[in-house]
Ligand binder design. Structure first.
Ligand code: ASP
Ligand code: MG
Length: 749
């Protein structure tokens, strides 16, 4: 046996009744069913109004009755076939005649008595269930029996007489052994004298629970127009979510403290009989809804939901509900309903309400209470809801860091120091699952503490022959990113393999991109094909937003006419920003930069323009130019003889060259000019390719953004059609900056 209850909106329209018939007839294939129905929506309100009007001899009562009759007629017309329709209409009319007669009988009362008011409300469910019963037997292909709750559910005073009621339920079921679906009215009952009474507004849910207990049903399903018991009233809080499991006590607390979805007394009969209550959405019949059971799973612990009710109503709650002292009777009480709330719950509530005037937060029983002005009740609910219910579960991102040099170190240090803050801001928990340097690697899916890397790495596994990457591939972790902090060309060739294995790549290794254009675009296409990301913003201008600006322009269809860049490394910067006033020589500054790892092993590879070339390739390709390395015209900063010798000889030559360099600088200075090592690509209609790429010393005047560069600053000028040039300028060097740029790329995946 199963009891299915349908609320007012689930019986009020032909579509809703269609859904009801489908739900009931499919349930009836499994077991016997008792369907408990409300009156069609707003019907009970209308009856109350009619009662008041009739008693005060307001002549419009008759018209109101007529309107209500029309609604029922319309429903009958559209849901029943011709033969049934005639009988249904006369049944309906008979009920309305009784209603009119009843209204007539109270017309002398002046103000309507409690008992009359109660009695007039019982018509709604009698009307709706007759239609539903006919519809089910016509459409549902099941044997249906309409039963009369006035003869079954007995009240004694204010309470339900369960003994009598249960006996009646058993009797009526036994009287119809072949019936598959019983249709009963919710909400209505009779008193000791047999007079019709109600179970209180919203009481149909209670009826369902009563029928379930009396028939020893397996489950009682409350079919309604919301997805279940929600973390808050979805009409007030659009972000409310369905609470999947609740204990009977929690469900009762939610209902008693104001959740409208369930009539509070409903819980008790089901609880006593150990029958689960399931709240389901008739508009979305396959959704899970809320399940109320004796021992809900673990997730039903902690904060469950937020409700609100006028503080004055607290006094009317059943005596066993633990409530706080009310400070102000005209306030609204916000209730955080929980099940073993954590100790910090009231502190969190206090924090959430910082900007809203409120009474001190109180804990009573298992719940947290706070009074606010009714005007600010919605704001208070919003803030509290945000605090307790609107969090995204943390997403674990596994990092495989290849290359444990300056950037790798800086990156792991950032993670070590900021992992919690990063998680709080981004919802991503960064877990280092592997690290390798050129000779060894450590790997662990459960995570490697950043502080342990230096200790573990010397004892790690041999990294030669790409063993680290083979190991990463074997692991096949979800949400994994290979972070390439190496400067090895060969790793780039493996990016596609990483995508194939489901990993994204964040790279600051520009050698991986200085490959033929076809390889470069194949690499990008592979990432897109697998729905993964390849990010390499760090490769040009380190943490300056260079690539993202170019990509942004490309996405918005802006045609790039030229890109000009001083994106050279430390070495170039020493030379091009050397002002002669330095007491130290260029050679000395350069050697120091080399010693602390700011330049490449042989600093001349920068002077030759190779590094600038890699950056230019990336810049140009990002802007849509299919640039190849051999198309770039490179004029090295220094003459050939500087490159054709050993490193020591190079430094000697550099010292000898310095006076000439300074002389040239001074000369230019007098002319208001400076020389800069510029990498550029410019559209040029006179060449077959349509563009020209160069890397060379250029003379610039004060009007150029390149004139004003100091230290390790980088400047990139992007000239787009139809808009003023975009100039991006800022510090372009340093491992910390590179690491934070890599981190940004990881978090933006
Ligand atoms: N029809 C009644 C009411 O509106 C009972 C119910 O729908 O639960 O209160
Ligand atoms: Mg209801």
């Amino acid at each position: 046996m199963k009891v299915l209850k349908f609320g007012g909106t689930s019986v009020a329209t032909p579509e809703a009744i269609g859904r009801l018939v489908r739900i009931v007839s499919s349930a009836a294939k499994q077991e016997k069913i008792i369907v408990v129905c409300s009156a069609i929506s707003k019907c009970t309100d209308a009856l109350i109004k009619i009662g008041h009007k009739a008693a005060s001899s307001d002549s419009s009562a008759g018209a109101d009755i007529e309107t209500l009759k029309c609604r029922h007629h319309a429903l009958i017309e559209s849901v029943l076939n011709d033969r049934n329709k005639v009988e249904a209409l006369s049944e309906c009319d008979a009920e309305f005649e009784r209603l009119s007669a009843f209204a007539q009988s109270i017309s002398a009362e002046g103000t309507i008595s409690e008992t009359s008011l109660d009695q007039i409300q019982t018509f709604g469910e009698l009307l709706s269930t007759r239609i539903i019963a006919r519809c089910l037997s016509e459409e549902g292909g099941v044997s249906v029996q309409w039963i009369d709750s006035r003869q079954i559910v007995r009240k004694s005073g204010q309470d339900v007489d369960f003994e009598a009621t249960n006996a009646n339920i058993a009797q009526v079921l036994a009287a119809h052994p072949d019936t598959e679906v019983f249709v009963a009215q919710g909400f209505i009952a009779s008193n000791k004298n047999g007079a019709p009474v109600t179970l209180g507004r919203g009481g149909s849910d209670f009826s369902a629970s009563i029928y379930a207990a009396g028939s020893c049903a397996r489950v009682v399903e409350i079919w309604t127009d919301v997805p279940g018991i929600m973390t808050s009233d979805p009409k007030k809080i659009p972000f409310a979510t369905t609470i999947p499991y609740l204990s009977y006590a929690s469900a009762r607390a939610m209902a008693e403290f104001g959740a409208k979805v369930l009539y509070p007394p409903t819980v008790e009969p089901a609880r006593k009989a150990g029958i689960p209550i399931c709240i389901l959405n008739s508009f979305e019949p396959d959704a899970q809804g809320s399940l109320i059971i004796a021992n809900p799973p673990h997730c039903a612990e902690g904060p469950l939901g937020l409700t609100s009710l006028p503080s004055s109503e607290l006094g009317r709650l059943p005596a066993d509900m633990i409530v706080p002292k009310v400070q102000n009777c005209s306030s609204e009480m916000i209730v955080l309903v929980g099940n073993s709330l954590p100790d910090n719950a009231s502190a969190r509530a206090e924090k959430a309400l910082q900007r809203i005037a409120h009474s001190p937060v109180q804990t009573a029983g298992d719940n947290v209470f706070v009074e606010v002005d009714p005007e600010s009740s919605r704001d208070a609910l919003m803030s509290m809801h945000r605090e307790f219910f609107e969090f995204k579960p943390l997403e674990v991102v596994h990092l495989f860091i290849a290359g444990y040099g300056a950037v790798g170190h800086a990156l792991t240090a950032l993670i070590r120091d900021h992992v919690k803050e990063i998680a709080g801001r981004s919802g991503k928990f960064l877990r280092i699952a592997g690290v390798s340097n050129s000779s060894r690697f450590v790997i662990n899916a459960a995570g490697i503490r950043p502080a342990d890397i230096d200790t573990l790495l010397p004892y790690g596994q041999e990294a030669s022959g790409g063993a680290f990457f083979d190991a990463i591939g074997q692991m096949a972790l979800r949400n994994a990113v290979v972070v390439d902090c190496t400067d090895s060309e060969s790793i780039g060739a493996r990016y596609e393999e990483f995508f194939r294995r489901g990993m994204s790549v964040v790279s600051c290794n520009r050698r991986a991109f200085a490959v033929p254009y076809a390889r470069y675009s194949a690499m990008k296409a592979a990432a897109a094909d697998y729905g993964l990301s390849l990010k390499y913003d760090t490769t040009v201008g380190t943490s300056l937003p260079v690539l993202e600006s170019i990509a942004g322009n490309a996405f918005s269809g802006e045609r790039t006419l030229a890109i000009e860049a001083v994106v050279s490394c430390t070495l170039n910067n020493i030379i091009t920003s050397y002002d002669g006033a330095n007491t130290e020589s260029i050679a000395t500054l350069l050697r120091r930069a080399q010693d602390i790892g700011l330049t490449e092993k042989d600093p001349r590879s920068d002077l030759g323009g190779k590094d600038a070339l890699r950056k230019l390739l990336i810049l140009a390709r990002e802007a849509g130019f299919p640039l190849e390395a051999d198309e770039v015209e490179i004029t090295p900063m220094l003459e050939k003889e500087f490159f054709d010798c050993g490193i020591d000889e190079f430094y000697q030559k550099l010292s000898a060259w310095e006076p000439r360099f300074i002389e040239r600088e001074n000369e230019l200075d007098n002319m208001g000019m400076r020389q800069r090592f510029v990498a550029s690509i410019r559209r040029d209609a006179t060449v077959p390719k349509g563009y020209k790429a160069q890397i060379k010393m250029e003379l610039v005047g004060m009007e150029s953004p390149f004139f004003w560069i100091s230290g390790t600053e980088n400047v990139v000028i992007i000239r787009n059609e139809g808009s003023a040039p975009l100039v991006i300028k800022g510090p372009g060097e340093g491992s910390l900056m590179a690491a934070s740029s890599v981190l940004n790329n990881i978090l933006s995946l």
